[in-house]
Design a protein around this ligand. Structure first.
Ligand code: SF4
Ligand code: SF4
Length: 247
């Protein structure tokens, strides 16, 4: 949907968010490692072979161990923790963030109806919609493209310039909803699709400056970024462990 803020604010926001994310990512990785490391214990080894060259202090979760090596139990226990404890905890926290959003309500500024951006052209969105993509179905049911990028640029120059700088080399398309009335309100409110009803659902995107959900965003953004980092870490760890456990 639409994310309109002053260019300097947005640029600073992106730079700061990247910096903060790097720091949060490091901390999240340390926290995940801290939960997994106690699962590694020398007692796992039953000295199945006298010629074993594995060094307890050097082995890592992502190593490929011999088929009957009991350090594979460590890897299996780590997978179990990642899937059944850490991921579930993330889910609970995401639900708490969603719940917190209910404390705020839309002030009907209309910004998110006036400009939506997408990396897909209208033709591509229609194709995705025809292939069953629900978001695209909702999107093409209400939004239409601006006549030209220049028309959108005339209305939102700073935002569009920044998007072009941020996504250098990537094509972006801009849309508006004709169902928005001259008073800025929706003329078909009862029948608006899900994408309108749930917006804004992700506190990690940039909201329009006037959006009343900015308070919610500020409140939950750091937690959401941390959860995003944990999801990335869990995904990466799971993939590497599964690979190590492959025969
Ligand atoms: S359908 Fe209504 S709420 Fe949805 S984008 Fe259009 S004007 Fe806004
Ligand atoms: S307050 Fe936010 S959700 Fe409501 S119309 Fe404005 S931008 Fe859209």
């Amino acid at each position: 949907m639409c994310y309109i803020v002053g260019m300097n604010n947005l640029q600073n926001e992106i730079i700061n968010t990247r910096k903060i994310y790097r720091e949060l990512f490091k901390n999240a990785q340390t926290a995940v490692d801290k939960q997994l490391m106690p699962l590694k214990t020398p007692a796992l080894c039953n000295h199945c072979t006298e010629n074993c060259s594995l060094d307890f202090n050097k082995i890592t979760l992502f190593d490929k161990f011999p088929k009957n090596c009991r350090y594979r139990f460590w890897q299996e226990a780590a997978l179990n923790k990642l899937e059944n404890e850490i991921s579930k905890d993330v889910l609970v926290q995401i639900q708490a963030i969603d719940k917190r959003r209910e404390c705020y309500s839309c002030s009907c500024c209309g910004s998110c109806c006036r400009l939506a951006s997408s990396e897909y052209s209208f033709e591509q969105l229609k194709e995705r919609a025809a292939n069953g993509d629900k978001f695209s179905q909702d999107f093409v049911s209400i939004f239409v493209p601006y006549e030209s990028k220049e028309q959108a640029r005339a209305l939102f120059p700073d935002y569009i310039e920044l998007l072009e700088k941020t996504f250098t080399g990537e094509e972006l398309y801009f849309y508006y909803c004709p169902k928005q009335g001259s008073d800025g309100l929706c003329t078909d409110y009862e029948n608006r699709p899900d994408i309108c009803r749930i917006f804004p659902s992700d506190p990690l995107v940039v909201f329009p400056e006037k959006c009343s959900y900015n308070v919610w965003k500020q409140e939950v953004e750091i937690t959401a970024l941390t959860l995003h980092a944990i999801i990335d870490i869990v995904g990466f760890y799971k993939e590497k462990i599964h690979k190590a456990l492959e025969d």
